[in-house]
Design a protein around this ligand. Structure first.
Ligand code: IVH
Length: 668
């Protein structure tokens, strides 16, 4: 088969599987098989760029960098909706509509997605442009980033209009958002505040590879064609499914056609109660007149259509008594104050506890025990204390004095300058830290020990059989079998699980050790750079911060960890037990050793994605560094690089290369 034919065939196969998976929610092929086909297409496209489609499914993984987003005018202005908050206001809207148009009115009720608005243009069945709302008249061209959102078709099917816009909301699904924050917490990075702002920040990132990795989704809500193709909005939503678009599920009541205010209210009330179960956030309901003909008759005000209105949910708020402030100690020793509340019903659940975050937050809101506090739950899952009802404050109330000693082991707490959290420094002797570290160690993304769960770890600790992660590998059948709820099979499973974990690769072992700020990604970087634990143990601050993406805070934490003798003893015991403490070099594919031993810093924006550039450097034996020092051999200089880096490189006489010069250097 000719290369061109195979590229066409693979494109079609991959498009179909993408549509099945991301739009229709069914999968007919394993992830592995999909990846193999995608890799084959990627390779063919690289070798034969002339045959590659601009909308190839390979665009889904990103790679394109947008140096500066172009400002583009919208074909139809992007208006907003007027808001309402009560049944009376919906009735007023209905009265206005009925005054302006004759005949029966049908409304379409749908979810008001809480994300960022996007306008997408399709020409001849191809996605050609995606523009942010901007000021409503013009927005930014974020096409490369939007192409990575897999539920948005790049090429259409069926009898689509030749030229049209479709609009929708880019949302951060809650599961993906929580996962992202979890990874950031593990790496000790600042957490993102909410899914909406994170979606908005993500869609404007320069590197589409990062956008692709974040798992954004898009909910489409409006079709814009020159000539109406359907008789109404509801019919349009159903119709566009035929072109390959994902549409809101009618069966799940995501969208509904109704003919009275009472039915509109029924829809609103249903979602006010059930929105907590949705996999993304919504902040209200949108009500639209269905008929396109009637929409045209109703027209627009300067700011919004007269044929639609938004009903905004109120963030539910209740007041209750804060009975006691307690303090929780996590695996890294971080102390979190917790508000123990008089149980109260809020947005469908009973709330008993809420995080108070840290000492600053308590001080800022002047929160005290026995205060009546306001608790709020918006779309998000965790309730928040948003303030104190000072009118209800008791006369004898006392300002909260933050604890000075660990509530678990009584060690004096420390607070590092510039950080919000207090820490218990007694890492090797404080129970929740010991158990927390073991829990982390056996976790799925770390040592993945089958047959050993959180409860068993606590049981083993309480029976004084384990005190640290190294003790786990000394456990014997005879020690474990007498414990409650243990049987021969479960003990054998546990021991087999531990045995199997000895094969887990070094980068995961490093992550499993639970060094503060060393999350999954950082562990990978460190393992790759230092190759074995001995080299990492010897690394000083200068060497660590010179590693790509390793900042001072992580570097200090690593040095701190290895300077603790207790930790070094544990690592030696784990080594003796047979865990992997060096990388498996055979897995590293080396293109050449042209850059062997060279330390290279890349800075600025490039034609190729920065990640690809770094991978390329590594595949030729080079090491990526993050900051320029006397040890840096080359600086690969892109556009818009920071002046201070440039000045430092000049001062130290570091050789500078352009992207093109580097590629030439690596050419055979
Ligand atoms: S229709 C002419 N439908 O809410 C206005 N908008 O406050 C067409 N939004 O800018 C908008 N879900 O970003 C519409 N189902 C939905 C929506 C929705 C969320 C956003 C949209 C709009 C804003 C208006």
């Amino acid at each position: 088969m000719s290369v061109e034919k195979r590229i066409n065939e693979l494109t079609e196969i991959l498009n179909t599987h993408n549509h099945n998976y991301y739009v229709l929610n069914k999968s007919e092929i394993s992830d592995y098989e999909f990846d193999q086909l995608l890799k084959e297409l990627q390779k063919l496209e690289e070798e034969n760029p002339l045959f590659a489609f601009t909308n190839s499914p390979t665009k889904r993984v990103g790679g394109d960098i947008t140096k500066k987003f172009k400002t583009v005018k919208h074909r139809f202005p992007m208006l907003s909706l007027s808001n309402s908050y009560s049944k009376e206001e919906i009735e007023e809207f209905d009265t206005r509509v009925r005054k302006l148009v004759d005949g029966d009115i049908e409304y379409v009720c749908e979810l008001k997605y809480d994300g960022v608005a996007i306008s997408i243009t399709y020409e001849n069945g191809q996605l050609v442009k995606a523009i942010t709302r901007g000021d409503g008249v013009q927005g930014e061209d974020v096409t490369a980033n939007v192409k990575t959102i897999r539920s948005i078709p790049l090429s259409l099917k069926g009898n689509y209009p030749q030229d049209f816009d479709i609009r929708g909301e880019i949302v951060f699904p809650l599961a993906a958002f929580e996962q992202l924050n979890k990874e950031r917490a593990e790496a000790g990075e600042a957490l993102f505040a909410n899914p909406r702002n994170t979606a908005s920040g993500t869609i404007k990132m320069q590197d589409s590879t990062i956008v692709a990795s974040r798992g954004l989704d898009c909910q489409l809500y409006q079709l814009y064609t020159e000539e109406p193709m359907f008789k109404g909005h509801f019919e349009a939503v159903k119709g566009i499914a035929e072109f390959g678009f994902k549409i809101p599920s009618i069966n799940d009541n995501f969208i509904k056609k109704v003919n009275s205010v009472d039915k509109v209210m029924e829809f609103i009330n249903y979602w006010n109660e059930n929105r907590i179960d949705l996999p993304f956030e919504i902040d209200g309901i949108v009500i639209k007149v269905n008929s396109y003909y009637k929409q045209e008759e109703l027209g627009f005000t300067a700011k919004s259509p007269r044929w639609a209105i938004a009903y905004k949910f109120k963030a539910e708020r209740v007041s209750t008594v804060l009975e006691k402030i307690t303090y929780q100690v996590g695996r890294t020793g971080a102390v979190t104050p917790v508000a123990n509340l008089k149980p109260v019903q809020l947005a469908g659940t009973t709330v008993k506890r809420a995080s108070l975050h840290n000492a600053d937050q308590i001080e800022k809101l002047d929160i005290r025990e026995n205060d009546t506090v306001f608790v709020e739950k918006g779309g998000e899952i965790i309730p928040k204390i948003i303030g104190v009802d000072f009118n209800a404050r008791l006369e004898n109330s006392l300002t909260t004095k933050y604890i000075e000693n660990c509530p678990e082991c009584n060690t004096e707490l420390i607070r590092v300058e510039g950080e919000a959290q207090h820490y218990c420094p007694n890492s090797l002797g404080c129970k929740p830290q010991i158990i927390g570290r073991m829990e982390h160690f056996i976790g799925r993304k770390m040592m993945d020990v089958d047959g050993l769960g959180v409860e068993t770890v606590t049981q083993l600790f309480e029976a004084q059989l384990v005190e640290n992660i190294a003790d786990l590998y000394d456990l014997t059948f005879d020690q474990v079998i007498p414990l409650e709820r243990m049987a021969e099979k479960s003990v054998n499973n546990l021991l087999a699980g531990l045995e199997k974990s000895k094969k887990v690769p070094f980068e995961k072992v490093l992550f499993a050790l639970g060094i503060r700020y060393v999350g999954e990604t950082v562990a990978k970087k460190l393992a790759k750079h230092y190759k074995n634990i001995e080299a990492l143990e010897r690394a000083d601050l200068d060497s660590l911060v010179a590693v790509d993406e390793i900042g001072e805070r992580i570097a200090e934490s690593v040095v701190d960890y290895f300077s603790n003798e207790g930790n070094r003893i544990i690592i030696n015991r784990l080594k003796e037990a047979g865990l992997q403490f060096q990388i498996d070099e055979s897995q590293d594919k080396q293109e050449s050793s042209k850059l062997a031993g060279k330390s290279i810093v890349v800075s600025g924006v490039f034609e190729m994605s920065r990640n690809d550039l770094k991978k390329l450097i590594e595949s030729h034996g080079g090491k990526n560094g993050s900051s320029i020092s006397s040890k840096t051999d080359y600086l690969v200089r892109g556009e818009n690089m920071g002046p201070s880096k440039l000045a430092k490189a000049e001062k130290l006489g570091v050789e500078m290369l352009s992207e093109k010069e580097l590629l030439e250097m690596l050419r055979d």
